[in-house]
Design a protein around this ligand. Structure first.
Ligand SMILES: Cc1ncc(COP(=O)(O)O)c(C=O)c1O
Length: 450
């Protein structure tokens, strides 16, 4: 077997303290030059002291008694945790010798962050890459992808038109030199989040409340992040998992298929890698509230302070979130109210990326509203966060509800050549546990071949 590019194992991504100390030191120094391949060893949730990058939201903002802990994806190389699934899928392909540098071109179907992750990883691991994405996403995304050297292949539409990127990828895949890092259907995405994000979530609540997790909330795009819930439930069997969808595109809840403004989520499908057995609730979040919430956090420093949030915390939060992060925060608050969680309880959610890729989204909001003066932001702060309600939450634990999700999955994936038998096998927990166990198989091979 030939050598593969030098990168981390799943274990090293979950526990960077397990990386050889010399390499870890070089990787931390390498942060100064993001295109240095040593940055592959910075694909993890931790800071240099091995603490998870996170914030416990001020209760003056959430209005609930429980602790809402948000993991921060913006500290990953390339600015979002989506680089993790991109790397995991590529390195597994290298190990399996199905993806060979110089021979294969990598395809990254995406609405943005995964595409950024793919172009970044391909730059570091020396692959040519093509990112297939809708032509109406935030400008910041295209700029980054091109900066990292990928080609763009644009399909019409926005977030909700991701299906067109899949169809285009299906076509491009017919060329034998192309290999797709298909985030919606390939299980390295599941493995990365169950192992790496799952462990980070469990560590993030150490010393907070009762030290356990009562709820994990995440808005699925590929539903990779949701897989952290599978690990959380193994550690804290009482934990619930909530999938959040845009109110305007409630595909999982009721087949809704509208346009919306929350980039990265709500992709009009039940993805192949979504383990619906572990999805306990689905809650809908209004897209405009997610954008308004981001505006308040980014531009409403004085509003946050007058609501009792310390200046230090308010400043700290300014650049921390993107639109989907606010969606996740609103979902966490709604679910905390629904489940009547108390001061000992912890809710964990994720901020996939930070503000850096949403300036144009906020500029657009400013143009759409006649006024975004303090009195408006004050109202938004109250309505979006403090008064978040418990409407549009459905319990997906009953079998009849799961069946709805299974049939959505069939509708979405039979047409791409997956067999009914394969989809049926996903109805058993053993399918997911077996897929997860491959983490240890790949780790052995990565260590041997790198
Ligand atoms: C900004 C943003 N938020 C949320 C998500 C959803 O994450 P996942 O694909 O793991 O479900 C994505 C995915 O690309 C994203 O880009």
């Amino acid at each position: 077997m030939s050598k593969i590019p030098f990168g981390p194992t799943y274990d090293e991504m979950a526990h960077p303290s397990h990386i050889d100390p010399e390499i870890r030191k070089k990787a931390l120094e390498g942060k100064k030059n993001e295109l240095d391949p040593i940055n592959l060893f910075n694909i993890n949730w931790k800071d240099e002291f091995n603490r998870v990058h996170k914030i416990v939201l001020p209760k003056e903002m959430t209005g609930v008694d429980c602790n809402i802990v948000v993991l921060l994806g913006k500290y990953f190389p390339s600015g979002s945790h989506k680089v993790g699934p991109a790397y995991s899928t590529l390195i597994e392909g290298c190990v399996d010798q199905t993806i060979v540098p110089g021979k294969h071109t990598i395809l990254g179907p995406s609405t943005g962050n995964f595409g950024i992750g793919v172009s970044y990883i391909c730059n570091l691991m020396k692959y040519d890459s093509i990112v297939i994405m809708p032509d109406n996403m935030s400008k910041e995304r295209y700029e980054r992808i091109q900066r990292y050297g990928a080609k763009l292949d644009l399909t019409p539409g926005t977030e909700s038109d991701v299906i067109l990127t899949l169809e285009r990828t299906f076509e491009l895949k017919k060329d034998p030199k192309n290999r797709s890092l298909a985030q919606f259907e390939l299980l390295p995405n599941y493995r990365f989040h169950r192992h790496v994000t799952g462990h980070a979530c469990v560590e993030a609540v150490e010393g907070i409340g009762n030290g356990r997790i009562a709820l994990f909330a995440s808005a699925p795009g590929s539903a990779g992040t949701l897989a952290a819930g599978d690990h959380i439930k193994k550690v804290f069997p009482e934990a619930k998992v909530a999938a959040l969808e845009p109110y305007e595109c409630s595909t999982l809840m009721n087949g809704g298929r509208g346009q919306h403004r929350i980039e990265g989520i709500g992709d009009k499908m039940c993805t192949l890698i979504h383990n619906v057995l572990n999805t306990d609730f689905i809650a809908l979040i209004k897209d405009e509230e997610s954008v308004q919430g981001l505006k308040v956090i980014h531009d409403g420093l004085n509003i946050l302070i007058e609501n009792g949030i310390s200046k230090e915390k308010a400043l700290e939060m300014q650049e921390m979130f993107g639109v989907s992060s606010i969606c996740n925060i609103i979902g966490a608050i709604k679910m905390a109210k629904h489940l009547k969680l108390g001061p000992d309880d912890n809710v964990v959610t994720v901020a996939t990326d930070g503000f850096d890729r949403y300036r144009t989204v906020i500029d657009n909001l400013d143009k759409r509203y006649l006024e975004t003066e303090d009195f408006v932001l004050r109202r938004w702060f109250r309505d979006v966060f403090i008064k978040a309600n418990t409407e549009d939450i459905s319990d997906y634990r009953p079998k009849s509800q799961k069946d709805k999700l299974f049939s959505q999955k069939e509708k979405d994936w039979l047409k791409f050549g997956y067999s009914k038998e394969y989809l049926d096998s996903m109805k058993e927990f053993s399918f997911w546990d077996k897929e997860y166990e491959l983490v240890f198989h790949y780790d052995e091979l990565i260590k041997k071949l790198r």
